[in-house]
Design a protein around this ligand. Structure first.
Ligand code: MV4
Length: 444
């Protein structure tokens, strides 16, 4: 096992990782930007090193500062958390070359899954369902139009280097295809330095279901059930739950086994998430694979009893998976609400100073957060204040606990989306489990 780990992140996830390290008896090194000098993650770690000015580019994305910090502190491994450098294959490769263990999959697997076209080709070989798509590659605009017509409108254009919904264009009619195709290519080139795009059949009102997997380097891979992440706005998830009440045991096993086949098929190690769309005929299609720990991992922890971050660190240290598929049981129901500092009407991030704070508690209530009273939310990073996570024996109990916890939670000084979450907990469609990716669009 490692003796010392550097955490290349900030906020609640850095705190979450420090806690896991403490339980494992591993010393921790925090890195922080100038504006995060007094932040919780820097205080909780055994050592803390300033890696640059507030702007992410100058600090949390500054590869040479982070590698230097690991070298001067003798950290054997780096945990990237989510966001920032977590899915940067070049960074993982630099770590590998410096003899620092990157806590994640191999840089090769990250590169493969980072290119959504390559990823889909690989997944097709493994015979997991994908939606009809431009699998032959797109030569020019005329070729693209022929492919789109063959697939049949509506179609969606996605960037090979995109993911998480960034750089997608939905096209409903042939007349608007040409323009959308050019715009998509140009935007992809500008945003990712790679103008490659692909075309897929557009699925109208699907659910977003993702499977958590874990793999050791001895060929053992398991799935930890699914999360339903359909409730999102502009590709920002705001509420996730486990399990999805729409899956029965049979479909859960099929999707879980499909995710495991993908991971095993590419020799994947560490933890990962395989994203699927589930259409209204209950057919599932592979979308992409995320090669990091996800924001919403706690709901899976609550229903499996497995500490995903601790397991992730053990796997990176070369340990064997400590359980087989038959040992993994999904029990009860968990919901996570992402509490953001944002304007409730415009959804624009709303940084500022917290003047009063009360966090809820009690049985089945968990709060992952790095804020405190008098803390100033800096404008330079994401606006996540806290993840409010509840557990209940049933979905109904989880919803009722979440409603109570939201009523108890008090954050003053910054605007938040707590009221929106309260409304969701009282919504008839949500309570009935009638949710798809459009839920918030039509939510009054
Ligand atoms: C789609 C889709 C419908 N049809 N692909 C978004 C995140 C990325 N991982 C995949 N995403 C989607 N891909 C096809 N062929 C719907 C989504 C999608 C979505 C689309 C529009 C608005 C909100 C959405 C939320 C989740 C998923």
């Amino acid at each position: 096992m490692f003796h010392k780990i550097l955490i290349a992140n900030r906020g609640e996830i850095a705190v979450r990782i420090i806690r896991a390290c403490k339980e494992l008896g591993i010393r921790t090194v925090a890195v922080y930007s100038e504006v995060d000098r007094d932040s919780l993650h820097a205080r909780l770690a055994d050592e803390a090193i300033c890696i640059g000015p507030a702007k992410s580019k100058d600090s949390y994305l500054n590869v040479s500062s982070i590698i230097s910090a690991a070298e001067v502190t003798d950290a054997e491994a780096i945990h990237p958390g989510y966001g920032f450098l977590a899915e940067n294959a070049e960074f993982a490769e630099i770590c590998e070359n410096c003899g620092i263990k990157f806590i994640g999959p191999s840089s090769n697997n990250m590169r493969l899954m980072g290119n959504k076209i390559q990823a889909k080709k690989e997944v097709e070989k493994i015979r997991v369902h994908v939606l009809p798509w431009s699998n032959s590659g797109i030569k020019d605009e005329k070729d693209a139009m022929d492919i789109a017509r063959k697939i049949g409108f509506p179609i969606i254009i996605k960037a090979a280097a995109g993911g998480g919904g960034r750089g997608m264009k939905i096209v409903h009619t042939p007349a608007s295809f040409g323009n959308a195709f050019h715009t998509a290519k140009n935007e992809a080139q500008a945003a990712f330095g790679n103008g490659d795009v692909y075309i897929e059949k557009f699925c109208e009102a699907p659910r977003h279901i993702e499977i958590q997997i874990m793999a050791d380097k001895y060929g053992n891979t398991v799935y930890l059930g699914e999360r339903d992440c359909s409730i999102q706005r502009r590709h920002q998830k705001i509420l996730e739950e486990a399990p999805s009440h729409i899956l029965d045991e049979k479909l859960r096993r099929k999707m879980g086994e499909a995710a495991v086949r993908i991971a095993s098929g590419i020799g994947y190690t560490n933890i990962g998430t395989v994203e699927f769309l589930l259409d209204n005929s209950m057919r599932y299609y592979f979308m992409e694979m995320n090669t990091r720990v996800q924001v919403e991992h706690p709901v899976t922890e609550m229903v499996t009893g497995i500490d995903i971050i601790k397991e992730q660190i053990r796997l990176a240290a070369g340990e064997r998976l400590r359980f087989k598929q038959k040992h993994i049981r999904i029990k009860g129901h968990s919901i996570e609400c992402r509490i953001n500092a944002e304007d409730p009407d415009t959804f624009v991030p709303c940084p500022g100073k917290i003047t009063s704070l009360h966090m809820p508690g009690g049985p089945g209530v968990r709060v992952d957060s790095a804020i405190s009273c008098s803390y100033t939310v800096p404008p330079h990073y994401d606006a996540l204040l806290a993840k409010l996570v509840v557990y209940g024996e049933s979905r109904a109990e989880a919803i009722s606990r979440m409603a109570m916890a939201l009523d108890e939670m008090e954050i003053e000084g910054v605007k938040t989306n707590i009221a929106l979450h309260r409304k969701i907990m009282n919504d008839h469609d949500f309570i009935a489990g009638k949710i798809d990716i459009n839920f918030l669009n039509i939510f009054a």
